[in-house]
Design a protein around this ligand. Structure first.
Ligand SMILES: Nc1ncnc2c1ncn2[C@@H]1O[C@H](COP(=O)(O)OP(=O)(O)OP(=O)(O)O)[C@@H](O)[C@H]1O
Length: 920
């Protein structure tokens, strides 16, 4: 086998003859050699079938074989490798009295003899032989050539591996010298008498011959190289059973050390035989540490396993054969060890350098391929990045052109300008109130559920009249709240309604909330919200008049008025229409504040939106600025009117006792799927099969079923049942694309819950360093006068709770917390700058005074910016919101808003997709 190739340990098994003691006991031989490599079990034992009958090794030697043959066929090749600069080791392994020492003495002598023969035959080379010998006795290393020496230490050498410190190394003068030293070793070795062996070796003996050789003709010129290797002759102590050796005292102690180190050797061999990168416990014994390089390392190795064929040693023999089986699978990695002179080393290195250079030049060489691959990968990466850049630029161009388009449309006198002007007029009429939150401050952002968009920005998303609120009637007024599948037509408002509305307007601010979504989703997405924004026509066709408590226009008008009357602080939503002129006309006719609910669409837009977002222009009341404003709840009659189902039934459901509905809850689930709409009202008294069936069709609302079940139970028990749970799950159902409108008719207690939730959210904003502008808008927009607000608050509260828990659990990197604080500071800086621009001197002074800031202090603006939204009490919050709304009115669209919203709604951009940069 060529050097450097994977080799395996050469394993042979030698059977010794049955000795006199065994023969006396009549212990016959269980084993015989079936061939040069096969050993067979011939014994007759009951459990025979449990063990293999034949064993194959590199060589097997029957009792008749002499040691010469064993050496020739089982060790010579390995031993002689040392002359070629290859480390080698020859082991004898087996139970006590099996013939290890007998074999190793012979093998060593034959090896030495052959080595000297070789030296004699190669006069052209100069050989230097060094001899050392040690034994490991009771886990102590002893120098056999220096008996006086104390226990030797083992050192780890980075180049040589484990070395035995201060081990005597004799340079041999001739063969006779070697034989003398061998005799010394034999004399020094620990031997003891056991029941099995009168001269039992009680230690592991390692005889080491190191050979250096150089070609004589190059010696002394500085350009010679030397081969250097060593050969180990290892005579291991024999594994033994105390019962068999009848060991006691010293012998017992020796035996336990022997067995322990042999056990480690067995583990090492077993582990090596498995291959792979598992841990090899070399360091568990001195024997394996010293022999580490000979076991699976830079060495050729031969192991001669010796066996007694006697039946009484069957178990030990089997163990020996198992060890041999493992050993034959151990691969070694023998190398020629060359010691070079400096000159040779330089030459060698130069040659190596030239070779490597050639490899680099030649295409197809291993290293070139590696470089090529790396280059190819880089090229691909560059290509990908270029494509991404191109995409992004295209998207930017598209958005820009859409913006231009929309601006053109807008400048043609569309309704938005007019609406804005009208609204400005209205808002100017109320000096004491926060001013309109400007369109400019609201730029596209998809950070949060709601992206804020200014009117011009609608155009930037490719919105023209046909894009906006496609599929909705232009004059559909949507009474606010997800719950109500009812809507009003602006045209149908009576003059008095408009008048009332105008009065309300004076208490309101315009904010709009616009979301971006692909146009392909527009109609579908919008339709998902149809149950509460659908047209009259649709409503009439699906909900015949007889199913309504008030099914006529007149009734609706009444309702409209009623709503205006009763929901003083309600947010009004108007769908934007595809026909701008109509809208304008409507606006003119109504002279009402155009509160546009616009779903903005752009297929090309890279600005995504959450499905839970709604795009709306909203007028928000300033009721939050005034605690005294208490929302009026719909009367039971109004609730009744909204439910698109049999009024009698609902009436029964809601008012079983003719009026008391305070603790009832009814769920109206309009499931629009495949053109089918089914309505179900659930309450404690109407849990009938019809309703159950309808609800069964809504697989995504398990809570409804639970409530039904609870209702039924309650009915059976005759108890009143109250459902006060939130409806976030239903909101979720809507979000995931199920067309469900949930109408909740619940206890008028919910405004109280709203206040509580609002307070919690304010605390959470504070804890989570949420954007000030976000807080402001949220605070102003969601005032709790409808169920939809409750859902938004629920979502907001849950999200913030999650963020807070993530912060406190350390789930989020400190960088996220830090960056949110940093962003908050930037936001305050922005407000600080805005103060000078947006507030008149007198106005500023009033505000400073109001906020307890010395009007003459140098840092008054800074102080003010640092105080906004720092407390969680309602008065402070209200003041902060009012001030921020005023300051952000005319902010440049884009950067500021991105920063502001970037910190609020995403914990961490990790894992964000390609559009993540857009999702702040
Ligand atoms: N192949 C053989 N032919 C003849 N006699 C042998 C052979 N092998 C061993 N013997 C004899 O068996 C006895 C025990 O042998 P040896 O001491 O070599 O065993 P061991 O394995 O070294 O035992 P221990 O582990 O106890 O040192 C010796 O008297 C030896 O001469």
């Amino acid at each position: 086998m060529a050097v450097g190739e994977a080799e395996r340990i050469l394993v042979s098994v030698r059977l010794r003859p049955v000795n006199a003691r065994e023969a006396e006991r009549g212990d016959g031989s269980d084993w015989e050699c079936a061939g040069p490599t096969t050993l067979m079990f011939r014994g007759n034992i009951p459990e025979r079938a449990m063990f293999p009958a034949t064993y194959a090794y590199d060589r097997v030697f029957n009792p008749e074989c002499n040691t010469q043959q064993v050496y020739e066929q089982g060790a010579k090749r390995v031993a002689m490798s040392v002359l070629n600069g290859i480390n080698s080791s020859i082991f004898a392994y087996g139970q006590t009295s099996s013939g290890k020492t007998y074999t190793m003495v012979g093998v060593t002598e034959h090896s030495m003899s052959d080595i000297y023969d070789y030296i004699d035959k190669h006069p052209e080379r100069e050989f230097v032989l060094k001899f050392s010998a040690m034994e490991i006795y009771n886990e102590a290393v002893r120098d056999l050539l220096n008996p006086e020496a104390t226990q030797l230490r083992l050192l780890d050498d980075p180049e040589k591996g484990t070395v035995v410190e201060k081990l005597t190394e004799e340079t041999l003068t001739d063969k006779g010298h070697l034989l003398e030293l061998l005799a010394v070793c034999e004399a020094q070795r620990q031997i003891g008498e056991t029941a099995l062996n009168e001269t039992s070796s009680r230690s592991h003996q390692i005889l080491r011959l190191t050979i250096e050789s150089s070609a004589k003709q190059f010696m002394g010129r500085g350009n010679s190289s030397t081969l250097m290797a060593c050969v180990n002759f290892v005579d291991l102590a024999g594994s033994e059973r105390a019962s068999q050796t009848q060991a006691a005292g010293t012998r017992l102690k020796e035996g336990s050390h022997i067995n322990r180190s042999l056990l480690t050797l067995g583990k090492v061999i077993r582990q090596l035989s498995k291959g792979g990168n598992g841990h090899i416990p070399y360091r568990d014994s001195k024997l394996t540490r010293i022999l580490q390089s000979s076991l699976g390392g830079n060495a050729r190795t031969a192991i001669i396993c010796t066996m007694s064929p006697a039946h009484c040693h069957l178990e030990q023999s089997r163990n020996t054969l198992l060890f041999a089986n493992c050993a034959k699978n151990v691969a070694t990695n023998a190398q020629v060890n060359v010691v070079m002179s400096d000159k040779v080393l330089v030459k060698h290195l130069q040659r190596e350098l030239a070779r490597l250079e050639n490899e680099l030049k030649l295409p197809g060489s291993a290293s070139c391929r590696t470089h090529d691959e790396v280059l190819r990968e880089k090229d691909e990466l560059i290509k990908q990045l270029e494509e991404q850049l191109k995409d992004l630029m295209e998207q930017r161009d598209t958005v820009q052109s859409q913006l231009e388009n929309f601006r053109r449309v807008a400048s043609d006198g569309n309704i938005n300008d007019r609406t804005t002007r009208q609204w400005d007029d209205y808002s100017r009429s109320s000096e004491s109130l926060p001013r309109i939150v400007s369109e400019d401050v609201l730029s596209s952002s998809d950070t949060y559920d709601c992206a804020y968009e200014d009117k011009d920005d609608l155009g930037s998303k490719g919105l023209d009249a046909s894009h906006i609120c496609n599929g909705h009637h232009q004059d559909s007024e949507i009474p606010e709240g997800i719950a109500e599948p009812h809507q009003q037509t602006v045209d149908e408002h009576s003059v008095s309604s408009l008048h009332q509305l105008r009065n309300h307007i004076s208490d309101r601010k315009e904010i709009y909330q616009a979301n971006i979504m692909p146009s392909s989703e527009l109609s579908e997405e919008h339709c998902k919200e149809v149950p509460w924004t659908e047209t009259d026509e649709f409503r009439r066709s699906h909900f015949p008049a007889d199913r309504f408590h008030a099914g006529t226009n007149s009734d609706e008008d009444n309702h409209s008025e009623s709503m205006l009357d009763t929901t003083d602080s309600a947010i009004k939503l108007y769908t934007c229409d595809s026909d701008a002129s109509s809208d304008t006309e409507k606006t003119n006719n109504d002279e009402s504040l155009a509160l546009k609910r616009c779903v903005i669409s752009s297929r090309d837009s890279v600005l995504n939106r959450s499905r839970s977002c709604r795009a709306s222009f909203m007028v928000i009341p300033n009721s939050w600025f005034d605690d005294s404003v208490i929302m009026k709840m719909p009367t039971p009659g109004e609730i009744f009117k909204y439910a698109p189902r049999n009024p009698d039934k609902i009436s029964r459901s809601l008012y079983p006792d003719k009026g008391d509905c305070q603790n009832d809850l009814s769920l109206d689930c309009s499931v629009a799927s495949g053109g089918v709409t089914s309505d179900t009202v659930v309450d404690k008294n109407t849990c009938n099969e019809e309703e159950e069936g309808a609800i069964d069709g809504i697989s995504c609302i398990p809570k409804v079923k639970e409530k039904l079940e609870a209702c039924r139970t309650s009915q059976l028990e005759g108890n009143q049942y109250t459902i006060t749970e939130d409806f976030s799950d239903m909101k979720n159902a809507k979000d995931i694309g199920t067309d469900i409108a949930v109408t909740t008719v619940e206890s008028p207690r919910w405004p109280i819950d709203f206040k509580k939730k609002q307070k919690e959210i304010i605390e959470l904003w504070h804890d989570c360093n949420v954007s000030i502008v976000h807080r402001t808008y949220f605070f102003l927009l969601f005032k709790g006068d409808n169920k939809a607000d409750n859902i938004y608050l629920e979502v907001e509260q849950r999200r913030l709770s999650f963020i807070k828990s993530s912060f406190s659990a350390g789930c989020e990197s400190s960088a996220t917390v830090t960056s949110s604080l940093r962003n908050l500071r930037h936001e305050r800086d922005m407000l600080y700058r805005q103060m000078l621009r947006k507030l008149q001197l007198a106005e500023r002074e009033i505000i400073y005074t109001k906020w307890g800031i010395d009007v003459n202090s140098k840092q008054r603006r800074l102080q003010l910016s640092r105080r906004i939204w720092t407390q969680t009490d309602m008065e402070h919050v209200r003041e902060s919101a009012a001030l921020v709304a005023k300051l952000v009115e005319h902010l440049e669209k884009g950067q500021a808003i991105k920063e502001m919203f970037g910190l609020s709604f995403t914990l961490n951009p990790r894992g964000a997709g390609r559009n993540s940069t857009w999702r702040r």
